[in-house]
Design a protein around this ligand. Structure first.
Ligand code: ADE
Length: 245
């Protein structure tokens, strides 16, 4: 999986990509993340990447030319086909990112992410590139760099080999539409609080059953809205009925 990220703050990515799971995936050549400085494509003496908005108003708007040229250049250098590539624009106006979208994006061999900045981006970037506009939530960040990192992290978890064999994205919270069951590690007792005995029993069937019913209990308590789209078995539905919901 190859990511190409377009930003005017390329240094933003240095540390996050150099930690734990993403670092290992990059070192093992399972993913590559190529950061492109949009400023390198800006024309004119001052290489400006933004300008005042037509019609007035506060803030600056990212210019169309450097972004369109940057994407075109990288596309032609890596020689991608339209089917294998997904181009994303991070913006609070986009569809809201979630686990399902992360799984879908993992099906692409090449993902390009254009990081929006300031108060906006010239609308013609959207007309020309037709990106998939993605928001990571209903709040406004200073720019698209953090959203790009969020997307890269969540999507990469689906790429075979990124997670160690001991963990899998299927066991994650949200993967089946439910929140994760409670987890414990040593000691068995801390300040009088004991680890549930079933987890110490060694009975895998019972442990799985307990975890499933705890997932449902936690989801009911904290995010009941998720249950509407969750993949539930008949047994799960009985647990929900039994809880009075
Ligand atoms: N840029 C600024 N805020 C954002 C958000 N919530 N999601 C994606 N891109 C953004």
């Amino acid at each position: 999986m190859r990511y190409d990220v377009f930003s005017i703050f390329p240094d933003f990515f240095v540390s996050p990509l150099n930690q734990t799971i993403l670092k290992r995936a990059i070192q093992n050549n399972i993913i590559s993340v190529n950061i492109h400085d949009i400023r390198d494509y800006a024309e004119g003496k001052h290489r400006t990447t933004d300008d005042y908005p037509y019609g007035g108003g506060s803030g600056m708007v990212m210019k169309v030319q450097p972004i369109v040229d940057a994407v075109k250049d990288v596309k032609s250098k890596i020689g991608v086909t339209t089917e294998s590539i997904k181009i994303i624009l991070t913006t609070p106006q986009g569809r809201t990112f979630n686990q399902k979208i992360a799984g879908e994006l993992a099906g692409f061999k090449n993902i390009m992410i254009i990081c929006g900045r300031y108060e906006g981006i010239d609308e013609r970037v959207k007309d020309i590139i037709c990106p998939d506009e993605i928001s990571i939530g209903d709040y406004v960040l200073s720019g698209g760099e953090l959203p790009a990192l969020v997307i890269i992290d969540a999507v990469s978890r689906y790429v075979p080999g990124v997670l160690g064999s001991e963990s899998s994205v299927e066991a994650d919270t949200f993967s089946d539409g439910l929140l994760k069951y409670p987890q414990y590690t040593r000691p068995e007792e801390f300040r009088g609080l004991k680890v549930p005995s079933v987890l110490l029993s060694g009975k895998h069937g019972e442990i799985e059953k307990w975890r499933r019913s705890e997932s449902i209990r936690v989801t009911l308590a904290k995010r009941p809205d998720l249950l509407e789209n969750a993949e539930l078995t008949e047994e799960d539905k009985e647990i929900i009925k039994g809880s009075g919901n």
